[in-house]
Design a protein around this ligand. Structure first.
Ligand code: DGL
Length: 291
């Protein structure tokens, strides 16, 4: 992917973290520029950030990767929600008014509660692309690759009931897959050891369309394509999510350079590498974050 020369990654001195805000009394955007907060359990959300950046090149964004608590996908719902609450409080304290939950697991487990608890914020989430998968499938046989927590959620069941009533849907949990990606294994033996059995099961099911229902998986589509073969279409909703976020972001400014603050509660190395290699940034400062 080509690098976008207008990119600037800069820390805003005006966007210093503050204590959790009371948003009803804390919407003074004259003090801080409003920004878009984007978060994930780790690096997966960068696959959404790179689309957002194309769509909103003049925006100010703060990205939080919660690497210290990754993977979310094998945690109970209550822990996922607690982490999301903390991160949203942190992002709101830095001036975020639109929150992009760039994680399927966090979206299906927590976005309803987040919307309820933070009514002054706007949330856009990433949901498994069951509907587009059924629309493009010729055979009516699809598979969903996701974390265990996503596949166990009530929201996933609803999506299948509403959009895939007449279809055959293989729900393929992929424990360990986000972990190897988080560790920076984007190809090679460590990735293939985890990925191959999942793809073998999908191949045996004879599906023609596979939903990548975890934002981390977008970084290993080459390996997934190789294992599944050319007859299988992969569905990734990152571009649709970026489109939705751009449509609700009233301060959209297509001029200038994106201002990004990237923060990680965990090891920053994979985030730095993906910002450079996969998201097209020319330099990448990742700030350590304790939450
Ligand atoms: N990237 C996340 C998702 O979209 C979760 C990965 C994880 O932490 O388990 O589901």
């Amino acid at each position: 992917m080509g690098r976008l020369s207008a990119a600037v990654i800069a820390a805003h001195p005006t966007l210093l973290p503050r204590p959790l805000p009371d948003l009803e009394n804390d919407l003074d955007d004259h003090i801080r520029p409003a920004s878009i907060g984007v978060f994930d359990s780790g690096v997966g959300g960068l696959s959404v950030l790179r689309k957002l950046r194309r769509r909103l090149p003049g925006a100010s964004m703060v990205y939080v990767g919660d690497g210290a608590f990754a993977p979310y996908g094998s945690r109970p719902a209550v822990q996922i929600l607690a982490r999301c609450e903390r991160i949203v409080g942190h992002l709101a304290g830095q001036g975020a008014r639109l929150i992009v939950v760039a994680c399927n697991t966090a979206t299906v487990q927590a976005i309803d509660s987040l919307r309820e608890h933070w009514p002054a914020l706007t949330f856009v989430g990433v949901e498994p692309g069951i509907k587009p998968a059924v629309a493009v499938s010729r055979s009516g046989r699809i598979a969903v690759m996701a974390t265990p927590a996503t596949l166990q959620s009530a929201r996933l069941r609803q999506l299948v009931e509403h959009h895939a009533a007449g279809a055959s849907v293989l729900l393929q949990p992929c424990p360990g897959l986000a972990d190897v990606i988080e560790a920076g294994e984007l190809d090679g033996p460590a990735l293939l050891a985890v990925l191959t059995p999942y793809c073998d099961r999908i191949t045996q099911a004879g599906v023609d369309t596979v939903v990548l229902a975890c934002t981390h998986y977008a970084f290993v589509t080459d390996a997934i394509r190789r294992l599944l073969g050319p007859g299988v279409t992969l569905i990734d909703t990152a571009a649709a999510v970026a489109e939705r976020a751009a449509n609700v972001w009233a301060d959209a400014d297509s001029r200038g350079a994106l201002m990004l603050r990237a923060q990680s509660t965990g090891d920053p190395r994979t985030m730095r590498r993906l910002l450079l290699q996969c998201a097209g940034f020319e330099s990448a400062e990742v700030e350590p974050l304790t939450l």
